[in-house]
Design a protein around this ligand. Structure first.
Ligand SMILES: [Mg+2]
Length: 426
């Protein structure tokens, strides 16, 4: 068995970097990363907060992620404030993941701008991990136009901790034998999963560094912090365990596509649209696109769903959602779509939307599902299954509904045509 090796790859100031890369690719002579700038909600409404900042915004004006744009503008009236563009981030994020997937067959998306890449067994192909990480980082910069931090170790926790050591555009390792030297001197708040509240509680017990925590007795932590105490104690000692569950707390599940995850959480998909969706026909096309993806994933996993949940967010990020449980479970795209439309039409009052989602739950195992004898769903599922096979073999574009021909909505998932010429679109 080759020694396990993971890279944690994290985009530096992702929202700002993606906006900058997009502007440069569209002929803007100014690189907004090089001037005092932030990405954040609109100044007009006075509600926005800072989502990302440039180095100069931090240095000159002490801009902080999460502070109000209004407050920042009082200190820095001339700072450039760029509104967030979630449609762009989705595309850039996918390009990032696609690029990593060309490098390693095992890529796990961890957040919009972070992923774990398994390097185990790839030494023969690319050489020593650090050299390979530097090459990967350079190729991202050259092809996609933004920088990343890469942390390397034999488990995902240490790889993530290594990625945080020094920013931006850096490659660092924290191998288990390097934990005392590189990780223990760090303040306790820097440990993964230590939030502000936990940090305060730990400090109240005289634990100020990760090393302080590592040297504690596990029993003592367990009595004060229950299972979280054990988890953090293991983290401080550089250990994380394979629980087989997907999720941020345990770095597990190389892809969130296994049946257990689906069982627990439901299965769904949402998309951000780069323009305001204001008419019913367009909204239905987005729902159909989402239903396509949800349906194919349900069928792939052998599930039918009884419950459907539809949600949307307005251009002001006001969220609404509604769900309905039907008597018969289904996995057919057409049926999921018609249910999604029913739920949506009963709640939408015409406000412009920027985000829409379709979720399903209440699963039953495919083959045992009780399906109405009079339902056309069986036949539709047979058609869907044939299309799934074709798409699997020839790619998602092998078959799509005519309604998406020349449409501004992609036939699966979403995304928009107005950004299609963006190189990240691929
Ligand atoms: Mg980042």
């Amino acid at each position: 068995m080759p020694k396990k090796c993971y890279f944690h790859v994290d985009v530096n100031s992702a929202f700002l970097a993606w906006e900058a890369a997009w502007r440069i690719q569209h002929g803007d002579p100014v690189d907004i990363r090089e001037i005092p700038s932030v990405v954040g909600g609109t100044q007009a409404t006075r509600h926005g907060i800072v989502l990302a900042k440039s180095t100069l915004a931090k240095k000159l004006y002490k801009a902080q992620t999460g502070e109000s744009i209004f407050g920042l503008k009082q200190r820095a009236p001339n700072i450039l404030v760029v509104p967030p563009r979630h449609g762009l981030y989705e595309i850039a994020s996918q390009a990032f993941i696609d690029h990593l997937s060309d490098f390693s067959p095992k890529v796990e998306r961890f957040s919009v701008d972070e992923a774990f890449v398994e390097y185990t067994g790839l030494e023969k192909l690319y050489g020593e991990p650090e050299q390979a990480a530097k090459k990967l980082s350079a190729s991202i910069k050259q092809k996609l136009g933004f920088t990343v931090n890469i942390g390397i170790s034999s488990n995902k926790l240490l790889a993530k901790m290594a990625g945080e050591l020094e920013k931006p555009d850096k490659v660092h390792t924290i191998w288990p034998e390097e934990v005392p030297q590189k990780m223990w001197p760090l303040p306790i708040g820097e440990l993964y999963m230590v939030g502000r509240k936990t940090e305060e509680k730990l400090k109240a017990r005289g634990i100020f560094t990760i090393g302080d925590l590592a040297r504690c007795k596990e029993n003592m932590l367990r009595s004060s912090f229950k299972s979280q105490g054990s988890l953090l104690w293991n983290f401080a000692n550089g250990r994380c365990f394979d629980t087989g569950k997907a999720g941020a707390a345990n770095f597990q599940g190389m892809l969130p596509n296994n049946k257990e995850t689906i069982n627990a959480k439901g299965l769904g998909n949402s998309t951000t649209i780069a323009f305001d969706v204001e008419d019913m026909a367009c909204a239905h096309r987005v729902l159909l696109s989402l239903s396509e993806t949800v349906g194919s994933r349900l069928r792939e996993n052998g599930y039918r769903a009884k419950t459907i949940h539809v949600s949307y967010a307005t251009s002001e990020f006001k969220r609404s959602g509604k769900q309905k449980t039907y008597h018969f479970p289904c996995a057919s795209t057409t049926e999921i779509f018609s249910r999604a439309v029913e739920v949506f039409d009963s709640m939408w009052s015409g406000e412009p939307m920027r985000q829409m989602g379709v979720w399903t739950g209440g699963f039953s195992i495919y083959n045992n599902a009780q399906v109405s004898m009079f339902s056309k769903a069986w036949k539709q599922e047979a058609v869907d299954n044939a299309i799934d096979k074709m798409r699997k073999k020839y790619g998602n574009h092998a078959a799509f509904r005519a309604v998406f021909l020349n449409s501004d909505i992609r036939h699966m998932i979403g995304g928009t045509a107005s950004l299609r010429n963006f190189p990240y679109g691929g």
